[in-house]
Design a protein around this ligand. Structure first.
Ligand SMILES: NC(=O)c1ccc[n+]([C@@H]2O[C@H](COP(=O)([O-])OP(=O)(O)OC[C@H]3O[C@@H](n4cnc5c(N)ncnc54)[C@H](O)[C@@H]3O)[C@@H](O)[C@H]2O)c1
Ligand SMILES: [Zn+2]
Length: 365
């Protein structure tokens, strides 16, 4: 598995760290336009000081950069710069840069090491860990990719100071997800310190980031290739979320926003199917109530949507097996499992309707 290091500044002593991990000081640094502007000069100066030979690559800051054409262009730049197997790639950014950088590293010269330097809350706690790297295909998201574990994951929460609030909430959805699926005490901690964490206050922020990264890494270590159902629990709320993201054309809703709504649906589903008791349902909902959406987003991207239309769009989820939707449900707060049996449409629609009622502020049932 990967070595995960958290600290500020996490790039101190980078040359020695690379050497310990058997990597050369020849590094391709991938940014998006935002991370290049915010952190590029400082980081490249550090690399120069540490005696690195480096090349920089920059892609537009958008999901569309996770494309074959972007990767193809970057391969060309690397070949022209004489980058060979002895080099490695450092991905500096959110999940877009991490996934694209990992994809390029996995394929270039049959694979060079990738080092992840995540700069969004989502990337620090989720996408940079676990080795799933992918680009999108016009027919679906994340369809073309590899398992390519990062040699190192370097987490420095101080990068979050420049991250817009909307992105903080989006990442926070995955953080809360870990509490739901794996650790009730962590969920209580998040409930108690929700405001402090989303305001980036220490030590709560670092504690939340580290714990999330630890849980993700632990799950991935135990079920790397998603074979025994454990890794699949990371998809709690995601079957609903993927339908919402598709309806929002992958643009108008942040992934974490869709996951927040998806987790409300999944809590109701868990309860309605008889797995989760009422007290736990209410507690779970009270945490999810703390999430904020930009004005109009919740209404347009969820409340105005018919539950049947959402269900139809959930079927395009690539994780479906034999056209059956797969759902992760909670047994209790802190323990999730992948439902093997088929869930009938009626139960799914009911869970969505319950979530619609919840978010519209009406009383339930
Ligand atoms: N590989 C996995 O296991 C995995 C898991 C979850 C999500 N993902 C992928 O991650 C992607 C989403 O990642 P994301 O939410 O990080 O989005 P993102 O990479 O698009 O980043 C969001 C925005 O924040 C900007 N940004 C990044 N760091 C910043 C900083 N420190 N300060 C200011 N702005 C900053 C980016 O430029 C971008 O505009 C999706 O493509 C998704 O498929 C992958
Ligand atoms: Zn997710």
């Amino acid at each position: 598995m990967s070595t995960i290091i958290a600290g500020t500044p996490v790039t101190a002593g980078l040359g020695a760290l690379f050497a310990t991990h058997g990597m050369t000081k020849k590094t391709v640094v991938l940014f998006d336009e935002h991370t290049r502007k915010l952190y590029g000069d400082g980081l490249l100066a550090t690399l120069t000081q540490e005696g690195f030979q480096w090349r920089e690559l920059v892609v537009p800051a958008r999901e569309a950069s996770k494309s074959f054409s972007a990767a193809y262009r970057l391969y060309g730049t690397m070949i022209e710069a004489d980058v060979d197997r002895s080099w490695n790639l450092l991905a500096v950014g959110g999940g877009v840069v991490g996934d694209l950088g990992g994809f390029i590293a996995a394929s270039y010269y049959r694979g060079i090491p990738v080092i992840q330097l995540p700069t969004t809350l989502l990337a620090m706690t989720d996408s940079s860990i676990g080795g799933k790297v992918a680009i999108n295909h016009p027919l679906g998201k994340n369809l073309i990719g590899f398992f390519h574990l990062p040699e190192l994951v370097l987490i420095d929460p101080s990068y979050l100071k420049t991250l817009p609030q909307r992105e903080i909430y989006s990442g926070m959805a995955e953080v809360v997800k870990y509490g739901f699926i794996a650790d009730e005490a962590f969920l209580s901690f998040l409930d108690l310190h929700f405001k402090a964490i989303t305001e980036l206050q220490e030590p709560w922020l670092t504690e939340a980031v580290k714990k999330s990264a630890f849980i993700k890494n632990d799950v991935v270590t135990k079920d790397f290739r998603e074979e025994n159902g454990l890794r699949a629990t990371l998809n709690f709320g995601h079957t609903f979320a993927h339908g919402l993201e598709k309806l929002a054309e992958y643009r108008h809703l942040r992934h974490g926003e869709a996951v927040t709504i998806g987790m409300v649906c999944a809590l109701f589903l868990s309860h309605n199917l008889g797995y989760l008791d009422t007290v736990s349902l209410e507690r779970g909902l009270s945490i999810l109530k703390k999430f904020r959406f930009p004005k109009g987003v919740l209404k347009r991207r969820f409340l105005d949507i018919d539950s049947k239309v959402l269900l139809e769009n959930m079927f395009s989820d690539k994780k479906k097996l034999d056209k059956k939707l797969r759902f992760v449900v909670l047994k209790r707060l802190g323990e999730a499992f992948l439902l093997e049996k088929n869930v009938d449409d009626k139960s799914v629609l009911k869970a969505i309707d319950d979530a619609l009622t919840f978010f519209s502020g009406k009383r339930l049932r």
